[in-house]
Design a protein around this ligand. Structure first.
Ligand code: SAM
Length: 221
């Protein structure tokens, strides 16, 4: 059994982490709160608070100009990435929900980044297949239905420019990936996806224990 060096994430330690991260600006803070108020049963779909500055950081680090997101919800991750884009950068974000994304649109407009975000409402696989086939994506973020992850990965990798980055959320799926009792459903889909990524020779991937697990993969060839 491998030994962990990870400090147990107590509520105090988690608060400490958030306090040492860049704070959410007022629009993102309001979006977190309004999502919990308006959609209490689904609010956990939103990226964790520490992931918002991380996504912005990754956009700046990679100098990304073409970003694709699979899974918009109420728009926190899209907003964080769009705010980090250069003036001529664009983010295409994919979802099937008019209701949740209407709330996202309002927040993007308030933050002044609506013109950088192209929201496409349709099954994400159709939207991905409609993108240009050549490698042009600098950064992609996958955070939608878990039974679609492998298909999304297969559409994105060939469209990723060499050195481009794919970020994938929920790769630990609350620990279900190592639970032998989980033989179906999202936990099993994620387990299959993680094996698929680990075997993919087109990319170099690292799995991080951030929030519910985050994989970062770089296209190498
Ligand atoms: C975990 S949430 C995304 C959270 C978002 N990244 C955020 O930070 O707020 C997953 C989203 O995937 C969307 N979704 C589910 N199935 C989909 C599909 N087949 N195509 C496109 N979007 C889908 C849902 O409507 C939901 O908004």
């Amino acid at each position: 059994m491998a030994e962990t060096k990870s400090a147990p994430l107590t509520p105090e330690l988690y608060a400490y982490v958030l306090a040492h991260n860049p704070p959410l600006d007022p629009v993102r803070r309001a979006l977190v709160e309004s999502t919990h108020t308006l959609f209490p049963r689904d609010a956990l779909k939103q990226v964790a608070e520490e992931q918002a500055p991380l996504l912005a950081f990754l956009v700046r680090l990679t100098g990304a100009r073409h970003v694709v997101e699979v899974g918009t919800f109420t728009g926190l991750s899209a907003l964080s990435m769009a705010q980090a884009l250069p003036e001529d950068g664009r983010l295409i974000t994919l979802d099937i929900s008019e209701e949740w994304t209407a709330h996202a649109r309002a927040a993007w407009a308030e933050a002044g980044v609506a013109d950088r975000i192209d929201l496409r409402i349709a099954p994400a696989l159709d939207s991905l297949r409609a993108l240009p086939a050549e490698p042009h994506i600098d950064l992609a973020f996958i955070d939608a239905n878990k039974d679609g992850y492998i298909d999304y990965w297969e559409e994105i990798v060939p469209r990723l420019r060499p050195g481009g980055l794919i970020v994938v959320d929920n790769v630990l799926f609350m620990g279900q990936v190592v639970d032998p009792a989980v033989t179906g459903g999202p936990g099993a889909h994620i387990r299959e996806f993680n094996a698929h990524v680990a075997a993919d020779r087109r990319t170099e991937a690292v799995m991080l224990t951030v929030a519910d697990g985050l994989t970062l993969a770089r296209r190498t060839g």
